[in-house]
Write a protein that binds this ligand. Structure first.
Ligand code: ARG
Length: 486
């Protein structure tokens, strides 16, 4: 019957993977299969969560009398040393030990002997890994929340400096109506605030404890799962062991929230790219976010926004990957789930880097001497306003003017269409048509019409909640500032 190393396990140590589970295996894994199945070189970044989970588990095992106080103390001592080793880079990660869990457990056993081998009582790697990923993601969600706040603060700052700056508002990328540039910035604040709320919501469902579900069916030991959840700061305990070890819906919904957030960044990127092109010239971003061309000496390319737009595709791809990973899996745990990590890790890294860089690119960096932020986007108010004067941005205002004189809106709309046609023929703005000409379109047009045909008049007139009138924009800025300072 079985010969070889599998029948002669070394005593205190899991040296090779074949020995990690037993005498049952009659041959060692090939190198290719080891490489194919191992995850340690990416899941080692879960080490802090893994140790935190193990310590909480060990504390509970001791409190329940399942392991001795001495064993618990040994586990604590061993884990402290392992943490120090990992932090200093001295820890030797072994491919043969497959993943972060087996690597740490093997080292623990090497350090503290049998106590290390008792740690796995009442648990499995299936509930262990689900716990680790949740703990790790919880911490990352909190960091992402902070970054989303920083980005919102940067956008609100730019808005506050540009309430009175007039931008041509577009629909279909055609000049539509004038808007405050501050108002435009605040649109993105709303998007990123919803992203932050989505993240907070995902956090609630992520912060629930699978540990104690063991492999799939629960365990025969008298575990106190609530105690472990409390130790780990988790809001509850997964109530079904099969579900606990197998579903990764929290990772999928996180990636969905991250994808939406990247889509918002991507839309902002697209606008920044358009605004800084020579044909618009509305803004500049600091040189450090641009690159030159190897052939065209005059070029300054908006590489950062372009890359962010590109990386959005990458994150959305991870969402597709994760959701597809789940779809064919029967209950409970399957090794497929090991494939959750790289897309999840890359989503977190990409989103964090992107938010960090955008907060700085939009809002600038504090100058250590003055404390003032410098190097954010520079706005060319004149270019924006000139552009808003093209394309009859106040045509709706003229229609509204006629409605206020008693015309039905549809008739006013038609009358203004004639006026726009005339202005086009004369190659001038509506506000440049003489009063007599305007009165030719409708006798009730009077001198005060020029107030509503001006960009500023148009802006001021949109003084309803959520509108672009500077008074409304200032009120929104105050609301956001109070909210973000809280
Ligand atoms: N590395 C594995 C993962 O990431 C850990 C769980 C393995 N469980 C198992 N029964 N093979 O999913």
């Amino acid at each position: 019957m079985p010969t070889s190393q599998a029948t002669t396990p070394s005593h205190n140590q899991l040296d090779t993977k074949a020995q990690a589970w037993s005498a049952l295996f009659s041959e060692p894994m090939s190198d290719l299969v080891k490489r194919y199945t191992s995850s340690v070189f990416f899941d080692k970044r879960l080490w802090q969560a893994d140790i935190a989970g193990s310590l909480a588990h060990a504390e509970m095992l001791a409190a329940q009398g399942i392991i001795s106080a001495d064993d618990h103390a040994s586990i604590q001592r061993g884990m402290a040393q392992i943490s120090a080793e990992i932090e200093s880079g001295a820890f030797e990660w072994k491919l043969d030990l497959e993943d972060v869990h087996l690597n740490i457990e093997a080292r623990l056993t090497q350090l503290v002997g049998d106590a290390g081998k008792r740690l796995h009582t009442g648990r499995s790697r299936n509930d262990q890994v689900a716990t680790d990923v949740r703990l790790w993601l919880r911490g990352e969600i909190d960091l992402i929340g902070d970054l989303l706040k920083e980005l919102q603060v940067a956008l609100v700052d730019v808005a506050a400096q540009n309430v009175e700056v007039i931008l041509p508002g577009f629909t279909h990328l055609q000049v539509a109506q004038p808007v405050s540039f501050g108002h435009h910035m605040l649109a993105y604040v709303e998007m990123f605030q919803r992203d932050a709320e989505r993240m907070a919501d995902v956090r609630r469902r992520t912060n629930v404890l699978p540990l104690g579900s063991a492999a799939l069916a629960g365990t025969t030991y008298p575990l106190d799962r609530e105690r472990v959840a409390k130790t780990l700061g988790m809001e509850g305990v997964c109530q079904n062991s099969l579900d606990a070890v197998s579903d990764r819906d929290f990772a999928i919904e996180f990636t969905a929230a991250a994808s939406l957030c990247m889509v918002h960044v991507s839309r902002l990127s697209e606008e920044l790219i358009i605004w800084m092109s020579q044909n618009f010239g509305f803004i500049k971003i600091s040189d450090r976010f641009t690159t030159g061309s190897s052939i065209m000496p005059q070029k300054k390319n908006p590489d950062v926004p372009e890359l962010a737009r590109g990386k959005t595709g990458r994150v959305v791809g991870h969402l597709m990957g994760l959701i597809t990973l789940m779809k064919g899996q029967p209950l409970a745990y399957n090794k497929d789930n090991q494939e959750d990590k790289e897309p999840l890790f890359d989503t977190v890294d990409t989103l964090k880097d992107t938010l960090r860089i955008f907060a700085e690119m939009v809002g600038g960096q504090p100058n250590p001497a003055t404390g003032n932020k410098e190097g954010g986007i520079t706005v060319n108010a004149t270019a924006m306003e000139q552009a808003a004067l093209k394309g009859y941005a106040t045509a709706t205002d003229l229609a509204d003017y006629l409605v206020k004189k008693g015309l039905p809106f549809r008739d006013a709309h038609e009358t203004v269409a004639h006026a726009v046609k005339a202005a086009t023929t004369h190659a001038c703005d509506l506000s440049e048509l003489p009063l007599a000409v305007l009165q030719g379109f409708h006798p009730q047009i009077e001198k005060d019409v020029y107030e509503c045909l001006s960009l500023r008049g148009s802006l001021n007139a949109r003084n309803t909640l959520g509108g672009t009138a500077p008074a409304q924009v200032r009120a929104q800025i105050a609301r956001h500032q109070a909210r973000l300072a809280a």
